[in-house]
Ligand binder design. Structure first.
Ligand code: ZN
Length: 288
């Protein structure tokens, strides 16, 4: 198996290699640990592996199935969509998935279903619908569930799946987290002074990138609390943000921060990147 950038995770890679070599890749897997982004990265990678047409190492990245799966348009890879404000996989959707799983794949040898962030989106009633299919899964299907911790799923679901646990990836200084909090609160402050004051402390590229990683996590936390979930990094900042931000705000701000990180990696000056970030965040917030 060829691996994506998983920041170490050697134990997990060995586990996957062993399963592949012994031809014992399960029909249902749960990916937990790591970050939401990393969980999805691995889920999509396994999906691509499952549909890849290469006779050699998979996923080859160049066959038709790999190309389609990278473009998220492979007919045999189904992303559960979820419904409503909280993106819940409801009864109807789960019933569709378990019916659809018995229909033969269109172009590949296997069909894949990706259900992301199941601790939040897959209620017990839907897990129960899923259970029967997991007991006797169709031959050519791979179900991939992601969640913060597999323990949040029913024991009956867990015992019928193989759990792949990602290492927690983020290591940072407390000082960096404080700075990220200042930035987060600065975004919603009355004037731009607070944000710029914090941004001026981003005096090194690596430091700036880590602090912005943390800022993204704080915004994700805020969004998670906003839709009724829990904060992973800092509950107090998340609650403060929630008083001021909407779901749309969160999503826009996360994109803006990611874009700023990209600019920093492309060697845009840190001062310029900070002022640009400040302006864009405030614009996103005050254009109603
Ligand atoms: Zn391929």
């Amino acid at each position: 198996m060829i691996f994506p950038e998983l920041n170490g995770n050697e134990n997990l890679k060995n586990q996957l290699r062993r399963l592949e070599q012994n031809n014992r890749m399960p029909h249902a897997v749960i990916i937990d640990g790591g970050s939401e982004e990393l969980r999805l990265l691995l889920a999509e990678h396994l999906a691509q592996w499952a549909v890849c047409e290469s006779d050699g190492d998979k996923p080859c990245g160049v066959c038709k199935s790999c190309t389609l799966s990278k473009a998220k348009s492979h007919g045999d890879i189904h992303y559960a969509k979820g419904e409503g404000k909280t993106d819940i996989y409801n009864k109807e959707e789960m019933s569709f998935i378990v019916r659809d799983a018995y229909i033969k794949p269109y172009i590949s040898e296997r069909k894949v279903y990706i259900l992301s962030e199941c601790d939040r989106k897959l209620p017990v009633i839907s897990q129960n619908i899923f259970l029967k299919t997991l007991e006797e899964p169709p031959q050519d299907v791979l179900f991939i569930m992601t969640c913060k911790t597999a323990k949040s799923l029913l024991e009956t679901i867990r015992s019928r799946s193989v759990v792949f646990t990602l290492e927690s990836e983020l290591s940072y200084d407390e000082e960096y987290l404080d700075l990220a909090k200042e930035l987060a609160l600065g975004i919603t402050a009355h004037t731009e002074m607070e944000f710029l004051k914090a941004a001026n402390k981003l005096d090194e590229r690596a430091k700036a990138l880590t602090v912005l990683d943390l800022l993204i996590l704080l915004l994700r936390d805020g969004l998670s609390v906003y839709v009724g979930g829990e904060a992973e990094l800092d509950a107090r900042t998340a609650e403060a943000l929630c008083k001021k931000l909407t779901k749309k705000n969160y999503l826009e701000l996360i994109d803006i921060v990611k874009d700023s990180q990209l600019k920093i990696t492309q060697n845009v000056g840190l001062k310029l990147a900070a002022t640009d970030l400040c302006a864009k965040c405030r614009r996103a917030l005050w254009q109603r």
